[in-house]
Design a protein around this ligand. Structure first.
Ligand SMILES: C[S@@+](CC[C@H](N)C(=O)[O-])C[C@H]1O[C@@H](n2cnc3c(N)ncnc32)[C@H](O)[C@@H]1O
Length: 289
């Protein structure tokens, strides 16, 4: 029997679309300028892998055609789709356990104390790069757990932002595969989730309504917040940015953190030894003094 030609075998490696150096540079620069995400040469095959199905189904013959469409498109739909594809949205409940322990045992009680002394009830927490919502829901559960009935006496709440509309839609749905909560302490899972007939777990409304989800690009030059935050989580996000973007973000976070407030970053991230914005407290936890 005659062997089919390589072009007719879509499941083989050889069917990977080719991306020229120029096409890679164009897309890399576009992603960097718009999102701050630094696609190094090592990410080239990942980029091809994540985009080629989209190109094929949308009828683009080359990455150059796709790029031209992105920059000339009259609305942001194509750009948003690119964002959904190039961002990595991996997350799970109780990720970075020591952070949440520190939050409940020290950061949160301290912040409450500061606010009580000021006679303020305006609690403000931001999870920046919240992805599919596990992190902000985690914070809401821990706050409720800590405050119990007193929770209702506090104002403000949790702002959760991300650049990916797809991740935000998922977050707002609040329905997760059960294994996303396998690290979660059993009492929190029992209290704040319901199990659905298909085995997935759904965050209860008492938690869902405490989180406000918004689309927000951390590459934005100005942050539009009227009030400062006591705690900011930006974990496993800056890992995708270069030093310059991280540095700028640090300044912006610092400017909108209340004195005594905390910044949590990812465990594989660091602010650098010579930064003057925050005091190091423990791995990946910093305080504005
Ligand atoms: C790996 S997830 C981190 C989720 C969560 N913080 C955690 O630690 O589990 C990284 C998130 O950062 C978001 N992100 C990347 N670039 C961004 C930008 N420029 N502005 C806002 N969010 C961004 C991605 O969409 C993605 O959801």
């Amino acid at each position: 029997m005659k062997e089919p030609s390589p072009q007719k075998q879509p499941f083989f490696e050889s069917s990977l679309m080719t991306m020229t150096d120029r096409e890679f540079r164009l897309l890399r620069d576009l992603v960097y300028t718009r999102l701050g995400i630094n696609l190094t040469a090592k990410k080239r095959s990942m980029l091809i892998g994540r985009l080629q199905k989209l190109l094929r189904t949308s009828g683009f013959k080359t990455f150059q055609d796709y790029y031209d469409h992105l920059v000339n498109a009259p609305n942001l739909t194509a750009m948003n789709e690119l964002v959904n594809r190039v961002t990595t949205n991996y997350s799970y409940f109780y990720r970075g356990k020591s952070h949440f322990e520190f939050f409940s045992q020290r950061a949160f009680p301290e912040i409450l104390e500061i606010l009580r002394k000021r006679n303020s009830r305006d609690l403000r927490i931001w999870t920046a790069g919240c992805s599919t919502g596990e992190e902000p829901y985690m914070v809401a559960m821990l706050m409720k757990d800590y405050l119990g009935k007193e929770y209702g006496l506090w104002d403000g709440g949790i702002l959760a932002t991300d650049i990916s509309e797809k991740a935000l839609r998922f977050a707002q749905e609040g329905i997760y595969p059960d294994d996303r909560a396998k690290e979660l302490p059993a009492h929190l899972k029992k209290q704040y989730f319901t199990t659905m007939v298909d085995g997935q777990i759904a965050v209860k409304d008492v938690v869902k309504r405490e989180v406000v989800f918004r689309k927000f690009n951390l590459k934005n030059t100005t942050f539009p917040f009227k009030k400062k935050f006591q705690i900011i989580f930006c974990r496993n996000v800056m890992i995708y940015f270069d030093k310059q973007t991280r540095e700028k973000l640090m300044q912006q976070y610092n400017a909108i953190t209340e004195p005594g407030g905390y910044l949590f970053i990812g465990h594989s991230e660091t602010l650098g030894r010579d930064q003057q914005y925050y005091k190091y407290i423990m791995p990946a936890v910093y305080q504005k003094v």
